[in-house]
Design a binder for this molecule. Structure first.
Ligand SMILES: Cc1cc2nc3c(=O)[nH]c(=O)nc-3n(C[C@H](O)[C@H](O)[C@H](O)COP(=O)(O)OP(=O)(O)OC[C@H]3O[C@@H](n4cnc5c(N)ncnc54)[C@H](O)[C@@H]3O)c2cc1C
Ligand code: FES
Length: 276
């Protein structure tokens, strides 16, 4: 093994835990959406908002690849909380795991959000984009920030974790496509109304790509430093396979490429190439 690889493997070992986490609880909170609590104190202790874990979703080799899930919250006594939608075989396997089951997870992985203290910040979540933003909301409040949490979904049934957010003390501002809760229309339109009269010192978003592009556009127009959490299909999750590359542009407009698993999933909104 070359020296470079040895150093890389050592770093990974120090920073990342690979462990069998016990399922504390798993409950269905929507038609195909589950809230999962795992006991994983060594990961919970060092996890930062925006980071993810790579989950082995099988007792066999099928499916072979792990599935990435963002850390949704940190529970009491070393608990990790996840919120996920069943999409295919991996997440369907996960949904069958009950309290007492053990799950192989690797993490925390990736680059998280940049945290601030004593600022007014905006969080803009579309659909399951709430997942990493609830975790940052909790830390942001602990750091003395004022948090306006803009949360949009198709309808009120798909606005998960509203009670948790309200109990945390964020200023929760809802939007739905069908008008069944809060503002009728895209969550970015709701945010735009507030931007006209409120100055945010930092903004963060996660959600569908078109919504993130609109968020980045608004943040640039109002000159707000902003970060987004991106999703790409992943294989290794460790920066080795180059299977999750996204296109970015530096401040001079030059295009470059970055792994979402190691360079992200959180990126400066102004650096992401949204078109194409
Ligand atoms: C960093 C990161 C964090 C994530 N966090 C969460 C989370 O907290 N909650 C959650 O519900 N999901 C999250 N996802 C998406 C989740 O990883 C996928 O839904 C999951 O891997 C699907 O696995 P599966 O075996 O169930 O489905 P598969 O059989 O692998 O795929 C089923 C369908 O989903 C599509 N799909 C799978 N993965 C992705 C992806 N990454 N992006 C777009 N489409 C995809 C496939 O194209 C296919 O159509 C995250 C993804 C990334 C990259
Ligand atoms: S998933 Fe392999 S490099 Fe990102």
């Amino acid at each position: 093994m070359s020296n470079k690889i040895k150093i890389f493997v050592q770093r990974v070992k120090v920073l990342i835990q690979n462990l069998e986490a016990e399922v504390l609880a798993s409950c269905r909170v929507g038609a195909d959406v589950y809230l999962l609590r795992l006991q994983a104190p060594t990961i919970a202790e060092i996890a930062r908002p925006g980071q993810f874990v790579h989950v082995r979703c099988s007792e066999t080799l099928d499916p072979l690849l792990r599935r990435p899930l963002s850390i949704h919250d940190i529970g009491d006594g070393g608990g990790l909380v996840f919120l996920y939608q069943v999409r295919g075989r991996g997440t369907a396997w996960l949904a069958r795991q009950q309290a007492g089951s053990r799950i192989d997870i690797l993490g925390p992985l990736g680059r998280g959000f940049t945290l601030t203290t004593n600022k007014r910040i905006a969080l803009v979540a579309g659909g399951l984009g709430i997942v990493p933003l609830l975790f940052i909301a909790r830390q942001a409040l602990e750091n003395g920030n004022q948090v306006d949490f803009f949360y949009g979904a198709r309808d009120r049934e798909r606005l998960y974790q509203r009670e948790t957010l309200q109990a945390m003390g964020v200023n929760l501002l809802l939007a739905t496509d069908d008008g069944s809760a809060g503002f009728r229309g895209p969550v970015t339109k709701l945010w735009e109304q507030y931007l006209k009269e409120r100055r945010y010192e930092r903004a963060y978003a996660c959600g569908p790509r078109e919504e993130l592009a609109e968020f980045a556009h608004l943040a640039a127009r109002y000159d707000i430093p902003a970060e987004v959490s991106l999703e790409e299909r992943m294989a290794c999750g460790l920066g080795a396979c180059r299977g999750c590359v996204t296109t970015l542009r530096d401040t001079t407009g030059n295009r470059y490429y970055e792994n979402v698993c190691t360079g992200g999933p959180v990126f400066d909104a102004a650096a992401v190439e949204w078109e194409g």
